[in-house]
Design a protein around this ligand. Structure first.
Ligand SMILES: Cc1cc2nc3c(=O)[nH]c(=O)nc-3n(C[C@H](O)[C@H](O)[C@H](O)COP(=O)(O)O)c2cc1C
Length: 481
């Protein structure tokens, strides 16, 4: 068999065809009828008896299945045609949430990366999107019922579970997570989820009050302990008007990147990235400290995005009130001195992103006992300079990361000050953001940044911090490639 652009062998193509026929529930006889090929020709090809089937014959069977040759090559594992999920079967479980419409785009994103996508929908999910739409986009039939005679006869929940290389639940509703955490199997989705031994990735989506409810928090902790992976939820506006908070489903591209990362793929696979995040607290005495308003949201989002892109990530986090991102090694510190020690201990790295708002000064003589209020006025507070973590790492000779990225939080002359910082600190890029109170960046959900490098200034629009993180990680991956 001669095939351009690919060294995929006939055996892989035939087994990709066979898998696809099974997915859509089409028999060899039906494939013969639809392709116009003789029954015995199709049967011999599918059984492997026909040792060297021509590509045009295989293309005819593929066409009967409604797929093109490129799709077939991707499913058979041609990396140049398929992307990071070539040859993988991803079982997508769509739950009954308003975000189900985004899962239709997710099907496309997974297929673009070469995955064969099988879709299971909960009964509630069919209220939000139709199996017809999901089937048209996945190129296969959609499975909905545990007790559906056709579903069980053709594939069955155990086979759906066994034949998946990864299971993605998007949107993962509060209800689905509760049923999973309890080990219930009262529908096809939960039966498959209990029966599978493939990695499972959940993309939760719900109202922020549902997400932060102790019952959901408990279920998420149980599922994490069971080895279930999570992507999102993100912060932002909800479908309900006026509702803002943590609960938006991760974007399809983020979910697709998280699936790639499961298989060690992703744009930062094999890289080590260090990220600092949050404020530092510099003690004055045992109860008082110097600090700032940084929430850690931007740095944590960058760490999470780098992990989704396949990097090994060390996040050195100051005192923050947000949870550790999944799939990341987190070192919790309090002071600038501790942060510097943790960063140097984590070297070497391919890239370091210093997003923490490190205190410039600390108390020169922190007191061991609480300073007492005395008559005669407040005590003088002598300050001393903290180490400059960005400059220290950027000027290291031996193990300087290839890419050193600093953040400049300014309230005036943003670009001029950030450009000065780039040169003075020896950084490769400075991510400059305006943190004046009216910008609402400190502690907020959005950020407007400018990327300053030797080659000029890139102005990015106002974006959710998660999106800034995704873009920055894509830029880092391109620079390291
Ligand atoms: C309009 C509407 C939107 C909903 N959106 C969500 C949602 O985003 N997240 C969620 O957890 N539940 C949501 N629900 C509730 C679920 O649909 C309900 O809990 C259902 O039983 C979930 O079934 P499933 O887990 O089998 O998919 C919504 C319900 C309605 C009527």
């Amino acid at each position: 068999m001669t095939m351009d652009k690919s060294n995929i062998d006939a055996v892989s193509l035939v087994s990709a065809l066979r898998r696809r026929l099974e997915t859509v529930g089409m028999s060899a006889a039906q494939a013969s009828l639809r392709s116009g090929l003789g029954r015995s020709v199709v049967a011999d090809i599918l059984s492997g008896k026909s040792a060297n089937p021509g590509i045009s014959t295989l293309a005819k069977i593929a066409a009967a299945l409604g797929i093109g040759v490129a799709d077939l090559l991707a499913a058979a594992g041609a990396p140049e045609m398929g992307g990071g999920l070539a040859g993988r079967t991803v079982l997508l479980v769509i739950g009954g949430g308003i975000a189900a419409y985004k899962s239709l785009d997710l099907i496309r994103r997974l297929r673009e990366r070469g995955a064969l996508v099988r879709v299971v929908m909960t009964k509630a999910a069919t209220e939000f999107v139709t199996p017809l739409a999901a089937g048209a986009l996945s190129g296969g039939r959609v499975f909905t019922g545990l007790f559906d005679r056709d579903d069980e006869h053709d594939v069955g929940h155990i086979r759906l579970a066994r034949e998946a290389d990864a299971v993605v639940v998007a949107p993962a509703t509060a209800d689905l997570m509760a049923r999973m955490a309890a080990g219930r199997t009262d529908d096809l989705a939960t039966a498959v989820l209990l029966a599978t031994r493939a990695p499972v990735l959940l993309a939760p989506a719900m109202n922020p009050k549902m997400w932060s409810h102790p019952a959901t928090v408990r279920n998420v902790a149980t599922l994490r302990a069971d080895g279930i992976r999570f992507v999102g939820p993100n912060a932002g506006e909800m479908a309900e008007r006026g509702e803002v908070g943590l609960g938006r489903m991760a974007e399809p591209l983020e979910i697709a990147a998280a699936v790639e990362a499961i298989f060690g793929g992703g744009a930062l696979a094999g890289r080590h990235v260090i990220v600092t995040s949050g404020p530092t607290h510099e003690p004055i005495d045992p109860v008082r400290y110097l600090g700032n308003r940084s929430s850690g949201r931007q740095g944590h989002a960058i760490a999470a995005a780098a992990a989704r892109a396949g990097a090994r990530v060390t996040l050195v986090a100051g005192p923050v009130a947000i949870p550790d991102p999944p799939g990341v090694t987190v070192v919790h510190v309090e002071t600038a001195g501790e942060m510097l020690d943790a960063v140097t201990a984590a070297l070497p790295a391919d890239a370091a992103v210093f997003a923490a708002a490190v205190a410039d000064w600390r108390a020169a003589r922190p007191q061991v006992e609480k300073i007492k209020k005395k008559a005669g006025g407040p005590p003088a507070l002598a300050l001393t300079e903290n180490p400059d973590i960005l400059a220290t790492v950027a000027y290291r000779k031996k193990d300087r990361p290839r890419l050193v990225i600093g953040f400049a939080a300014e309230t005036q002359d943003l670009l001029a000050n950030a450009t000065k910082k780039l040169k003075a600190k020896g950084a490769d890029w400075i991510v400059a953001n305006d943190v004046s109170p009216e910008a609402g960046v400190m502690g907020g959900e959005q950020n407007t940044v400018h990327i300053i490098s030797a080659s000029g200034i890139e102005d990015w629009p106002r974006l959710a911090k998660g999106e800034v993180a995704e873009r920055l990680v894509a830029k880092i991956a391109a620079a390291l490639a």
